[in-house]
Design a protein around this ligand. Structure first.
Ligand code: NAD
Length: 453
């Protein structure tokens, strides 16, 4: 078991790094959080997250006040005192779809300069299979004696605190068994403090899977991308069936409810709609395809999933165009939801943003609203698209409304309230979760994705 008061450094204060650091700082560890982006660092030093994530702000604030969370931009002042370093830096995609590992290697290289002997370096970032072996080789070329472990992250934005506290499994891969066990001990320590942290964050307590899975380095890396690729595959599969359902006059929700009731299949991730987005699925799918090519393996199945997904925002826009008599020019369209999913302000590769931009390109007057992502989306929306502070403002005088993110605020906004001040009667539910019966009762032409007639 690890001694209390061990010192940990977390590299990268993004969705993963900030959550990891803030939670571990409540578990009797001193935690340095290294972030080179000054704007992000300044916000964190004030006790806040720079993105919206339920429960995270109070956890950060309390950890800062206790002195156990130390945000910094300095590797020297943090890594040189640390027993364990978690690397949580970004791994965006390159234009060719492969993973950009420049941050991963830069973080490892700088760590090696300041590492004390025996440091355990934990890769939490999602990296292509084989990356760990390459980083290990780099470490071996330096004087530092560093053990390398892969511990891929499975948290979901929107439930990041809950997922980290009440994980269903922790995967730790590596050849150094002692290092693997040390990392498992950190999670066992987290288990001890999780009820307290959940109370601070005001997140629910969850069922405890608590499964610890020790694997080889390469397997751990492949587990992470395989899990995300499979979820993306399920969504794309549901969307292919949705398009067939539209043509055949079936309802994909009824189909998937029944298909998913088979315990061998399961209902999760079979929601058809405008497709997946975010900072993980799109790049993890393209990264896996790219890894396959590197090893001479064609992952055609993932290429099909990717192609299916990229056509979905266009499919939604085409449906709207058909519903509006074939012409979108000059039509005022309200887009409700810009975050790539509910619970986050993240708009990376957001289908809602893609739909808004496509409608604008088609000549519509587009006005958008998101409960949390208006600021972040403003950089990605085409100039000329308006943003409203409320659902009411967005839908006023609109010819059509598109529900693009499954926020509760949007799903529970009564259809008769839209109807009152809209010009038109078209409601396109691009997430298939708005109350269709209520919409029809309020006089709307309700259109879903794959809801048939
Ligand atoms: N966001 C998620 O939901 C999620 C879930 C599971 C896994 N992941 C994976 O975790 C990794 C991080 O994802 P994220 O969404 O938190 O990314 P992010 O882009 O939000 O954050 C990465 C942070 O790392 C910082 N950084 C870059 N270079 C650095 C360096 N050399 N040293 C220290 N910090 C540096 C950046 O400034 C940035 O703030 C990615 O590989 C991602 O695929 C993300």
């Amino acid at each position: 078991m690890m001694n209390k008061q061990r010192t940990i450094t977390v590299l990268g204060a993004g969705y993963v790094g900030l959550t990891t650091a803030a939670l571990l700082a409540h578990c009797d560890y001193k935690v340095y959080l290294v972030e080179p982006n000054k704007e992000r660092l300044d916000v964190i030093k004030k006790g806040k997250s720079f993105f919206y994530e339920e429960g995270l702000d109070p956890v950060i604030k309390l950890a800062l006040d206790s002195g156990d969370l130390i945000p910094t931009d300095s590797y020297e002042s943090s890594v040189s005192h640390s027993d364990v370093v978690f690397s949580c830096v970004g791994t965006p995609d390159n234009p060719d779809g492969s993973s950009n590992l420049s941050y991963v290697f830069a973080a490892a290289e700088t760590t090696a300069k300041y590492a004390k002997p025996g440091l355990i370096y934990v890769q939490k970032s999602t990296v292509p299979v084989g990356t760990g072996v390459a980083v290990q080789k780099k470490f071996a070329e330096t004087k530092a004696k560093i053990s390398y472990v892969s511990n891929p992250e499975f948290l979901r934005e929107g439930t990041a605190v809950y997922d980290t506290l009440f994980f269903d499994r922790v995967v730790v891969g590596g050849d150094d068994k002692a290092a693997v066990n040390t990392i498992i001990d950190i999670y066992i320590q987290l288990e001890k403090f999780r009820d307290h942290i959940a109370h601070v964050a005001r997140v629910p307590k969850g069922p405890r899977g608590d499964e610890y899975i020790a694997t080889s380095l390469n397997s751990a890396e492949l587990i992470k991308v395989t899990a995300n690729a499979f979820l993306a595959l399920k969504i794309s599969f549901a969307n292919s069936i949705a398009i067939l359902a539209d043509k055949a006059g079936a309802d994909v929700v009824e189909v998937m409810d029944a298909v998913g009731a088979d315990s061998r299949i399961g209902r999760a991730f079979l929601n058809a709609g405008r497709g997946y987005g975010g900072g993980c699925f799109p790049k993890d799918v393209s990264g896996l395809i790219s890894s396959g090519l590197e090893y001479g393996v064609d992952l055609d199945i993932m290429q099909a999933a990717q192609a299916q997904n990229s056509q979905m925002p266009g499919y939604v826009v085409d449906k709207l165009q058909d519903a509006m008599g074939g012409n979108l020019r000059g039509k005022r369209i309200a887009i409700l939801g810009l975050a790539f999913k509910a619970g986050t302000s993240d708009v990376r590769k957001s289908p809602g943003v893609a739909i808004a931009n496509k409608l604008y390109q088609a000549g519509s007057d587009v006005i958008t609203h998101d409960p949390q992502a208006n600021d972040e989306a403003s950089h990605d929306l085409r100039k000329g698209i308006l943003q409203a502070d409320t659902i009411e403002q967005a839908t006023k005088d609109a010819d059509a409304v598109v529900v693009a993110t499954e926020w509760q605020e949007i799903l529970t906004y009564p259809a008769e309230s839209f109807a009152k001040h809209m010009r038109g009667t078209t409601l396109l539910d691009a997430v298939n979760q708005y109350d269709s019966t209520g919409a029809v009762a309020a006089g709307f032409d309700y259109i879903g994705v794959g809801r048939g007639s």
